[in-house]
Design a protein around this ligand. Structure first.
Ligand code: NAD
Length: 717
């Protein structure tokens, strides 16, 4: 592959060389082997022809500037490849170092997204001009894939912005900035509106700055805001790891830990040594398991899910124009908000106009906040709010092409509210229910058009939670599934499509986590150890706390129904005993009841309920690892059953849905990647599950399908 077709070279009459990155046969430029091989000769030529060159502009022929590391390559790296990965990393670093030091001014003309490696290339130039078009995002999302920007991203951002800003604004959270925001924090120098201005501005800058140097190459340079050698700054340093631990709630995420270490250690060293330190921390991440897990879930699986791998083929794209949201309670109010933001006219119906107006007021509050934070203009906010029409009159739903029902969790009530509107709305409207537990097939029996009936399961708070679980009933048509998928995209949610069953995928599997925690309480384990085990396993909320939020009464009701249905075959789970006693003996139904596993003072959580010690006296201890893995394995094993039963349709949806919907720890890569990535792979997982089965009960029995995969040495795909 020649440099001409990978990185175009064009020298104009002023002596400015425009390097146009254009990876052959790829839709985006990535930092793969071919790119690195092409970059070497380009630098040789720049150095050789330096006398005829006034400056350099780096840009791209693709829609994006540069996409970053080649994740297909990175995900393959094993611990035994560490030396190779290190060598390649140092090679990339050396090439970019040559670009910023060969003696001529270099500007980046950022024509589209510059994420990860793209920003690292841009930071290796002396001046960055960004084009303000849709899709131009600038930042280091590596941390969200369990990685760090290893082509100098840590070292240069620290030296450009200072340790604190680099960590908090760029490195630790993987923020993606639009050009104006990138300008404000100092990642770019100029923002322009058209491609012509972009190249012109970059060229003008190099011509005007023949002596350009990186700030860190100017004698006397100091890291902005101080470096760790400065006693005042050093005094603040211990707060960094402490804050990070607090933010991660004790869970061990290697990427933020390594980013912090690379930033702080690197700041004590000269540029070249800082680069070597960054390389070591990068290699450790790349060859480790967590980066593989997170890259699988947040890149590969996410891509499959959002590209519509599960959307039935052959249906025209669909756009909802008017939705009837039935029920303006907590969920209905949130659903009205996301629909209105997605450009849909919303009829928000409750039993009284006052109740519906209260639901609308929720949107007003969220919009005011968005305006106050500068995320939205007042005009835009007003026009979103104007789309929401509160009412108590079914006639107002006339012509709606979509219904989303969110009344109380009662089949009779749901049947009644659909009955009120089904002859008023458009004759082919999609009929969605936001039920979190009731089987869709059963609810569909109450409507005239069961083929158009589908589950649209949102998560609370609706405006923040990114997942939409679409549930397919026995009679749901493919056309309805395709519409539901398109709706998710329209309102900016990530859809997974699952088949009907009690609790679908998400409510069913999260139940396994919560059941396990309550069973441990029943066994006599200390409640604060259970909470700690959950947090340190990486769950966003500890299980008993989460149980309180979700309320204890609904699971008890479901449990009682299941018990009655099973008759003498019923095997009691420790969690059932805990639920019954908490509600029936102590009247503690969860947060909304003002009392649960925790105490609540003025509506605020105030520590675990001291009475728990008497109610469930702690008298045993088991290994902490067992506590954590009982929760993780209970969910993972039930997800395999969901795949076997056809409730889940794909591994990608299982992984994405479990992280985005029910807080399965992100470091695992999701419920199924956790199994594939477990130490020893599926075989290792099965061996460990058998141990848990022997020690803790039938629910850890390994599904036959998984045993067979382990025997054949296969992954769950
Ligand atoms: P909620 O009690 O906050 O709201 C229910 C609303 O329905 C109330 O405003 C009530 O006045 C209204 N309503 C009752 N009868 C009505 C009628 N005949 N016509 C119109 N409106 C009527 O409940 P919620 O938490 O918003 O839950 C609603 C649904 O969403 C339930 O099916 C629930 O299972 C499901 N869900 C809840 C959550 C959650 O976290 N709360 C998550 C996902 C799904």
């Amino acid at each position: 592959m020649s440099e001409q077709n990978h990185i175009g070279w064009d020298r104009d009459a002023d002596g400015v060389v425009t390097l146009t990155m254009d990876a052959p046969g790829q839709s985006a430029n990535t930092m793969n082997r071919a790119f690195i091989e092409a970059l070497g000769p380009v630098l040789d030529r720049l150095e050789a022809e330096k006398d005829e060159i006034a400056g350099v502009v780096v840009t791209s022929a693709k829609k994006t500037f540069f996409a970053g590391g080649d994740l297909n390559e990175l995900i393959q790296a094993r611990p035994e490849d560490a030396a190779d990965v290190m060598a390649r990393n140092l090679q990339i670093k050396a090439l970019l170092r040559r670009l910023e030091t060969f003696g001529r001014p270099v500007a980046a003309a950022i024509n589209g997204a510059a994420l990860g490696g793209g920003l690292e290339i841009a930071l290796s130039t002396h001046h960055r001009v960004a084009l303000d078009v849709k899709g131009t995002e600038i930042g280091f999302p590596e941390v969200t894939l369990g990685l760090l920007p290893g082509a100098g991203g840590v070292v240069r951002s620290v030296r450009l912005l200072g340790i604190t800003d680099a960590l908090l604004k760029v490195l630790l959270q993987g923020q993606r900035y639009k050009p104006a925001a990138a300008l404000e924090i100092g990642l770019v120098h100029e923002v322009v509106a058209t491609p012509t201005e972009l190249l012109a501005a970059a060229k003008a800058w190099v011509l005007a700055n023949p002596e350009a140097k990186q700030p860190w190459d100017v004698p006397g340079y100091r890291i902005p805001g101080g470096d760790p050698k400065n006693p005042k700054f050093a005094a603040n340093l211990p707060a960094f790891p402490a804050n990070l631990r607090k933010q991660l709630k004790g869970a061990d995420y290697p990427a933020p830990r390594n980013i912090l270490a690379a930033a702080v250690e690197g700041a004590r060293l000269d540029f070249d040594n800082a680069m070597t330190v960054e390389a070591r921390y990068f290699v450790e991440l790349v060859t480790g398991q967590v980066a593989k897990n997170m890259t699988q879930a947040f890149f590969f699986d996410m891509q499959k899910v959002t590209n519509g791998a599960s959307r039935p083929a052959g249906y025209e794209p669909w756009t909802a124009t008017k939705v009837a949201v039935l029920g303006a309670g907590m969920m209905g109010a949130g659903i009205a908000y996301v629909c209105a933001r997605g450009g849909i006219e919303v009829v928000l119906k409750d039993v009284s106009v006052e109740a519906a107006q209260k639901g609308k007021a929720y949107s007003a509050e969220l919009l005011d906040k968005a305006v106050a934070r500068g995320k939205m203009t007042r005009e835009a906010a007003d026009s979103v709010l104007a789309r929401i029409h509160p009412t108590a009159d079914a006639a107002d739903t006339a012509g709606a092409d979509l219904v989303i029902e969110a009344v109380f969790e009662s089949p009779e009530l749901k049947a009644k509210v659909f009955g009120e509107i089904q002859d008023v709305i458009a004759p082919d409207a999609l009929l969605g229910s936001n039920t979190s537990t009731l089987p869709i097939t059963g609810l569909a029996r109450a409507v005239k058009r069961p083929a158009d009936f589908i589950g649209l399961h949102f998560f609370s708070p609706v405006d923040k939670m990114p997942l939409l679980e679409i549930i397919v009933g026995e009679q749901t048509s493919d056309a309805a599934i395709a519409k539901a998928f398109d709706l998710a995209k329209q309102i900016k949610k990530t859809p997974i499509i699952v088949n009907d069953s009690r609790g679908f995928f998400t409510s069913r599997v999260i139940g396994r986590f919560l059941d396990e925690a309550m069973a441990m309480l029943d066994e006599g384990l200390r409640p604060n150890s259970i909470e700690q085990a959950g947090s340190q396993a990486g769950y966003p909320a500890p299980p008993l706390q989460l149980m309180d939020e979700l309320t204890l009464t609904l699971p008890q009701k479901i449990r009682n129904e299941a018990r009655a249905a099973a008759g003498p075959d019923w095997v009691e789970h420790g969690s059932g005993i805990v639920l019954n006693r908490m509600i029936d003996e102590y009247g503690r139904g969860g947060r909304s009841a003002g009392a649960g596993f925790y105490e609540y003072v003025d509506g605020k959580r105030a520590g675990l309920w001291p009475g728990l010690r008497e109610a469930f006296p702690p008298h045993v201890g088991i290994p902490f690892q067992d506590m954590q893995e009982r929760m993780l394995f209970a969910e993972a094993l039930d997800s395999v059953r969901c795949l076997d039963e056809g409730v889940l349709r794909s591994v990608a949806e299982a992984n994405v849905g479990s992280i985005l919907g029910i807080g399965f720890p992100a470091w695992t890569g999701g419920v199924i990647q956790y199994i594939n990535g477990y130490e020893g792979g599926v075989t290792g997982f099965v061996a460990r599950a058998k141990e848990l089965h022997g020690k803790y009960g039938e629910r850890f029995a390994v599904p036959q399908s998984l045993v067979e995969k382990a025997e054949r040495g296969e992954r769950v795909e």
